[in-house]
Design a protein around this ligand. Structure first.
Ligand SMILES: CC(C)(COP(=O)(O)OP(=O)(O)OC[C@H]1O[C@@H](n2cnc3c(N)ncnc32)[C@H](O)[C@@H]1OP(=O)(O)O)[C@@H](O)C(=O)NCCC(=O)NCCS
Length: 412
């Protein structure tokens, strides 16, 4: 079996993604993806005719993002028509999954040169906002919910915090650390290696820096924010009185959900795209591509779809077991801060040293462009392993449906 090497990583800055606002909101998702796909091809001087596949992730394959966004973005980026492209959806886990699938096709001998990544335009107008009113469920969805009640992710985050006895103070403290670390990372240009500016069609600059962080965040400021998901918990979902709260209580009848998550300790809604170049050692050596990291192990893990966000801990254990490693063998961790409770529970359950986790801040400070985030995190890990001279990193994230993909990489 071949190894899979990571040759390079590129990403856009994350732009505020609030319904039609933010520096990237007017960019087409194909164009945003093309920005990083072009950068990764040019930086590494690859023959795009030899790209066996562009494996792309996006969780909203609707509107402008519909129709195999990966293939269309690659064509937009000027890739040779003999390259190929596919787009997948594992919700928030899409961007790790694309890298894992890329590595798997290289390991199996199916491919030699693959670009993996993702794109999410959370500012696209077809996304929902809490003000949009009742969600109508189709019949199939109702049938599934009778078997596996699935709630709203923010309500799930609060349910998990309640169950785990994790306080609002602890969640806010982690959010503050995220902002502080992101501020240091930005001030020290730690993201520079991967960041690719985004331009409008007329050549003017759209965005060249992270737009979401609030470096002035204070503990008092966070403490003053009102929880975001209490009202959402009781929005009627159908004409039978179903609510997100009731969907959780259908499985956990005694749980009195406390509401702790708010705009400061939840992941930011942003636009962004990222791409990584992976190659087999045979191809890389024959074509002068210098590897930056190797893929050590990969895994997927499912967990309760009702609580939705709890799979990262078992996913990390599974990928460690596959690699024959323990927690102590990992130098750096990236656990996506979908909500503060996801990262806090991950740190507690695995007994991690906080100084090794999300060292450059996470999605609470920088934002979480759903289908792109996993690829961003892997690229950030490659950069940070190189910057610090450390060896191994583990990256994982929760995904809707109660899943988590995970990957361990090693600097070369
Ligand atoms: C939590 C959430 C609903 C908040 O959205 P929002 O209310 O539109 O957030 P805003 O940016 O308007 O911020 C709300 C307020 O908090 C304030 N705020 C946000 N971050 C802050 C910080 N770090 N410090 C102080 N104040 C902050 C804002 O200034 C704003 O104040 P204002 O109302 O006085 O203007 C949204 O971020 C969200 O849904 N996040 C999760 C996304 C998600 O589910 N991703 C998938 C994961 S599974």
């Amino acid at each position: 079996m071949s190894e899979a090497w990571i040759i390079d990583a590129a990403r856009t800055p994350r732009g505020i993604g609030k319904y039609g606002k933010g520096a990237l909101h007017a960019i087409h998702p194909q164009q945003l993806g093309a920005t990083v796909l072009k950068a990764i091809a040019e930086r590494n001087d690859i023959n795009t005719a030899e790209v066996d596949d562009v494996i792309w992730g996006t969780s909203s394959q609707r509107g402008p993002a519909a129709g195999d966004l990966g293939r269309m973005s690659a064509l937009d980026a000027g890739y040779d028509i003999r390259s190929s492209g596919v787009t997948l959806d594992r919700f928030c886990g899409s961007g790790i999954t694309t890298v894992n699938f890329a590595a798997a096709t290289i390991m199996s001998g199916m491919s030699d040169l693959v670009v993996a990544g993702g794109c999410e335009m959370m500012s696209m107008p077809n996304r929902r906002s809490p003000e949009d009113g009742p969600v109508t469920m189709d019949q199939g969805n109702l049938r599934l919910r009778a078997k596996h009640p699935q709630s709203h992710q923010g309500v799930c985050a609060d349910a998990i915090a309640t169950m785990e006895g994790i306080s609002r103070e602890a969640l806010d403290a982690l959010a503050l650390v995220s902002q502080q670390r992101a501020a240091v990372a930005i001030a020290e240009n730690r993201f520079e290696k991967s960041l690719v500016p985004v331009y409008f069609e007329d050549g003017s600059l759209a965005l060249d820096h992270e737009e979401f962080p609030r470096p002035q965040t204070t503990a008092e400021g966070l403490a003053s924010l009102k929880p975001s998901f209490e009202a959402m918990a009781d929005v009627p979902l159908d004409n039978q009185g179903t609510t997100f709260r009731k969907l959780i209580n259908a499985v956990y009848p005694d749980l009195a959900i406390q509401f702790f998550h708010h705009a400061g300790n939840s992941s930011g809604v942003v636009d962004g795209s990222a791409a990584l170049l992976l190659a087999s050692p045979k191809y890389a050596e024959a074509n002068g591509l210098k590897p930056r990291a190797r893929v050590v192990a990969m895994a997927n893990q499912g967990d309760s779809p009702t609580l939705m966000l709890n799979a990262p801990v078992p996913a990390a254990r599974k990928v460690l077991a596959k690699a024959g490693l323990t927690v102590d063998d990992i130098d750096l961790w990236e656990i996506n801060e979908a909500f503060s409770v996801v990262a806090e529970k991950f740190i507690r359950d695995l007994g991690l040293d906080r100084e090794k986790v999300n060292v450059n801040g996470g999605a609470m400070a920088l934002g979480h462009p759903i289908g792109a985030t996993g690829s961003i995190l892997i690229g950030t890990m490659v950069d940070e392993l190189e910057r610090t001279g450390k060896k191994r990193g583990l990256i994982t994230m929760c995904a809707a449906g109660g899943m988590a993909p995970a990957i361990i990489i090693e600097r070369m």
